[in-house]
Design a protein around this ligand. Structure first.
Ligand code: BYC
Length: 336
């Protein structure tokens, strides 16, 4: 299913923004120069020429990433009023606010490619844009907040550290700060898991139950297996992605299994074994039917998530209008 060859329309011959009309020979030279820069690990910047398909892929991936950060505030936000202590509440509040910040950096990075934040949000609200499958699962107990920090932020870091070297400059730079914050998020989650795993029998049971429910969805976060990933080959070639979905998933399993052992918890996979030959863990079959159903919008709390986002957008309309009215007044004052 990989696409390795580009058609002329893919390389943006008609919609090259830096010139008035299509000039095939020059465009081929531009494409060669672009690919040489990517191959030399140079960053591509907003005003540089780029193939239209590169631009489209970036807008798709960065906007989905941004939407994931924003929708990702919902499962944790649900526990802000129920955190077990003032300290836990303050830490969780800071984390949820960080996620809003990540969404904003990412929307800004995508805007440099010529798509407005409003267009991206409308695509999400219309069900045309995706966000990570992981946020379509409910947070049932406080241990889920620990499991999200440990596993979900852990998976996010695994995916995002290499993205600091993605070929598009604004995306790479946004990732630097995001990764620093995600690593604090992962530690706060693991620390909650340590407290619960070493707590009362009931707390320990909650920690195990959270691991049971979040393990497989966390592995799905990395996307479909490489042989069924339509975007991976081209994105690797353009150095948008630096590792494939399966490579990152394997690294995540190898790092996370000893952490579960340290907690005294059991990873819910009867087929999980250490493989001496490969020096990695072998793990059981992922339920890809479930993954694709969640991608289609059939996740356990998908409807609630989209309802919350649509309502927030509608209820925030007056804020956006007030900011625009203020800006218009300011501009008029300056002009006068
Ligand atoms: N969920 O060809 P593929 C966070 C889609 S937020 C939904 O492999 P690609 C956090 C994929 O989009 C974490 N859809 O695609 C926030 C594609 O469909 P389209 C978010 C998925 O792009 C708050 C199709 O399946 N991180 O960390 O090469 C609190 C085929 O896939 C998923 C990012 O977004 C999925 N899990 O690779 C706590 C990282 N997986 O678009 C934590 C940036 C795949 O063709 N994104 N699909 O219609 C990426 O690295 C890549 O986009 C992916 C997928 C690895 C996710």
């Amino acid at each position: 299913m990989y696409t390795t060859e580009l058609s002329k329309s893919d390389i943006g011959m008609k919609s090259d923004r830096t010139k008035s009309g299509p000039v095939a020979v020059e465009d081929a030279a531009l494409l060669d120069a672009f690919e040489a820069r990517v191959a030399a690990d140079e960053f591509i910047e907003p005003k540089d020429w780029m193939p239209e398909a590169y631009r489209r892929t970036l807008v798709r991936q960065i906007s989905q990433h941004a939407h994931s950060e924003i929708v990702g505030m919902l499962p944790e936000g649900a526990w802000l009023t129920r955190a077990p202590s003032l300290r836990r509440k303050a830490v969780l509040l800071a984390k949820v606010q960080d996620e809003a910040g990540h969404g904003l950096y990412l929307y800004c990075a995508a805007e440099t490619l010529g798509t407005s934040r409003e267009q991206m949000t409308e695509a999400l609200n219309a069900g045309k844009a995706k966000y990570s499958t992981i946020f379509n699962y409910p947070t049932l107990t406080w241990a889920d907040i620990g499991a999200i920090g440990w596993l979900v932020d852990g998976a996010a870091i695994m995916n995002q550290v290499p993205l600091q070297r993605t070929s598009y400059g604004p995306y790479a730079r946004a990732m630097v700060r995001v990764c620093k914050e995600e690593s604090f998020h992962q530690r706060q989650g693991y620390e909650i898991m340590m407290a619960m795993a070493n707590g009362t029998p009931a707390q320990r049971e909650m920690a195990q139950d959270a691991l049971n429910r979040w393990w497989w969805p966390s592995l799905m976060m990395f996307g479909p297996p490489d042989e069924n990933s339509p975007n991976t080959a081209q994105s690797m070639r353009w150095r948008i992605k630096r590792d494939t979905n399966d490579e990152l998933r394997q690294k995540f399993v190898d790092i996370t299994v000893p952490q579960a052992t340290y907690l005294g918890l059991t990873v819910p996979d009867a087929d999980l074994t250490w493989n001496d030959e490969t020096g990695r863990h072998d793990y059981g079959a992922i339920d890809w039917e479930e993954f694709y159903a969640v991608v289609r919008g059939e996740g356990p709390v998908a409807k609630e998530r989209m309802k919350a986002r649509r309502e927030a957008w509608a209820e925030g309309a007056w804020v956006r209008e007030a900011a625009q009215a203020y800006e218009a007044k300011r501009a008029a004052r300056l002009a006068a």
